[in-house]
Design a protein around this ligand. Structure first.
Ligand code: ZN
Length: 288
C-alpha cells in the first residue's frame, strides 16, 4: 500500500450519517417539543432510518461513520452500541446541535465537552468531530485538537483530506460540501423551516454518481453526508444502495470509516497543509 492517503484507490468514499434526530428542531426552539408530528418526523431517523441503514451496510459489506449529537446518544442509550457493534464508527456531533457560530466561546466549549462526557460514559471511543450544521467557529477546530481528537469534518477547504494546524497541534480535516449532503435534496418541513425540497432519489443518484466520477478523476474524498431521517426513507435508501453498488462496481473506489482515512492522511508525508484563520476586515470597507 502506498503512503498516499488514498493508497491505490482512485477515490475514497466515506459514508457518513448524521443522526440528528430531534436536536436540529429543538435547537430552533424548545417549544417544538410540543409538536408531536414534527418530533415523530425526527424520531424516524434513529428509530427506523438507522436500523435500515445498518442492514444496508451489512448487505453491501461497507463501513460507515455515524456522527451523533450527545443529546441523542443520551436519550437513546442503546444507539451508539448498536452502531459500534456492527463495525462502524461513532463520532462527535456536538451535544445539543446548536451551531458553534450561534454560541459564545464558553457555550461552545461547554457543549463540546458535555458530548465527550456522554460518549465516555457509554464507553464509546471518539476520534473525530463534525460541527452542527457545518457552522464551525474559528474555535471549533481548536477544541478538536485540544481534546486529543484526530480529525474534524466540517470545513470545505479542499476535496481531499488536509492537515490543519491549530494552536495545540495539527489535526486532519476531512472536508465536506453541500453537493454531497442529502439535506439539500430531501429536507422539507413547514415549521420550523429547515428546507423545502423533496427531490427525486433518481436525480440524487445521478448527481452523486457524476460527482464520484469526477472524484475518481481527481483522486478525491467522496465524503457523503446523509441523515437517517431523510435518507432512511424507502426510495432514498434504495438510491443509496444503488450508489454504493455503482461505486463498488467501479473497481477503483475504496470505502472507509472517517477514522481510517484520517489515520492514513496523518501518516501521508505528502498531505497538503492548509492553515486557516479569520480574514482581517476593515469596518470602512465592510461597515456592518
Ligand atoms: Zn447534524
Amino acid at each position: 500500500m502506498s503512503a498516499n492517503w488514498c493508497g491505490e484507490a482512485a477515490a475514497v468514499v466515506t459514508l457518513t450519517f448524521d443522526v440528528d434526530a430531534e436536536t436540529p428542531i429543538l435547537a430552533r426552539g424548545r417549544g417544538y417539543a410540543r409538536h408531536a408530528t414534527t418530533m415523530s418526523h425526527q424520531a424516524y431517523g434513529p428509530e427506523v432510518g438507522v436500523p435500515r441503514i445498518l442492514d444496508l451496510l451489512d448487505d453491501l459489506e461497507v463501513p460507515a461513520t455515524f456522527f451523533v449529537p450527545g443529546w441523542v446518544a443520551e436519550h437513546r442509550p442503546g444507539l451508539t452500541k448498536s452502531i459500534v457493534e456492527r463495525g462502524h464508527e461513532v463520532a462527535h456531533h456536538s451535544y445539543s446541535h446548536r451551531p458553534p457560530t450561534s454560541m459564545t466561546p464558553e457555550e461552545e466549549r461547554a457543549d463540546f465537552v458535555r458530548a465527550l462526557e456522554v460518549f465516555s460514559a457509554q464507553g464509546v471511543e471518539i476520534v473525530g468531530h463534525r460541527a452542527a450544521l457545518w457552522e464551525a467557529s474559528w474555535q471549533t477546530t481548536e477544541l478538536v485538537a485540544e481534546h486529543g481528537l484526530l480529525y474534524d469534518s466540517s470545513l470545505m477547504g479542499d476535496d481531499r483530506p488536509y492537515r490543519l494546524p491549530t494552536e495545540h497541534r495539527e489535526i486532519v480535516e476531512l472536508p465536506v460540501h453541500w453537493s454531497l449532503d442529502d439535506w439539500e435534496q430531501y429536507a422539507y418541513l413547514p415549521d420550523p423551516h429547515i428546507g423545502s425540497v423533496i427531490e427525486s432519489p433518481l436525480k440524487v443518484l445521478e448527481m452523486w454518481r457524476a460527482e464520484l466520477d469526477g472524484m475518481r478523476h481527481y483522486r478525491s474524498l467522496f465524503n457523503l453526508c446523509a441523515h437517517p431521517f431523510l435518507s432512511g426513507r424507502p426510495g432514498r435508501a434504495l438510491a443509496l444502495r444503488r450508489f454504493v453498488e455503482y461505486a463498488l462496481a467501479c473497481g477503483d473506489v475504496r470505502f472507509a470509516r472517517c477514522r481510517d482515512v484520517a489515520e492514513a492522511a496523518a501518516a501521508d508525508p505528502g498531505l497538503t497543509r492548509r492553515p486557516h484563520r479569520a480574514p482581517e476586515t476593515d469596518s470602512l470597507v465592510y461597515p456592518r
